[in-house]
Design a protein around this ligand. Structure first.
Ligand SMILES: [Cu+2]
Length: 173
């Protein structure tokens, strides 16, 4: 347990809004089967220490990821094999970008910033989670907790995107 988590545990439900800034998605919903702009917002450093890298892990159902270049940050992508091939433009794809890392900054704890990836969302509506690791000058934070029992408060939740059904065909008369 790091100091942030210990502090949060000690405070219980009395977390300040600032402590809840976390790493989150700017847009909580996206349309199924669309190319979507995922904007990850970093609200603070690690227990006051400035952020020097951010790694976003993409679930298998999210493909074709392209990070947006960012001044002052270097981008590294890691490709991996998909356990289930997906289809794109009529072609089967078996590998996809599974991880995007930005290194640079450092981003001061007093500032916030946004890290952007464009990616194709799954066809099926539902929830997808993006596990994120934030490395700081001192220490790191893993934003990788998934919801468990109902109502349980997560200290370091993974950013979540709700996939909503694609808009149906135009109503024709
Ligand atoms: Cu926070």
């Amino acid at each position: 347990m790091n100091r942030y988590k210990m502090l949060a545990a000690a405070l219980g439900v009395a977390l300040s809004p600032l402590a809840l800034a976390h790493v989150t998605l700017d847009q909580p919903t996206g349309q199924a089967d669309s190319y979507h702009k995922l904007t990850f917002r970093v609200g603070h450093g690690c227990d006051g220490s400035p952020t020097k890298s951010l790694t976003v892990m993409l679930p298998e159902s999210v493909t074709g990821a392209k990070p947006m270049p960012k001044a002052g940050w270097k981008i590294i992508t890691v490709k991996g094999k998909l356990s289930v091939p997906q289809e794109s433009h009529g072609k089967a794809i078996t590998t996809a970008v599974r991880e995007v890392t930005w290194t640079g900054g450092p981003l001061a704890d007093e500032h916030f910033d946004e890290f952007v990836v464009q990616a194709k969302l799954p066809v099926e509506p539902g929830k997808v989670y993006f596990k994120v690791v934030q490395h700081c000058v001192k220490g790191s934070m893993a934003w990788d907790e998934l919801p468990g029992e109902a109502g349980a408060k997560l200290l370091a939740p993974a950013p979540i995107l709700t996939i909503v059904p694609a808009a149906g065909p135009a109503h024709a008369h």
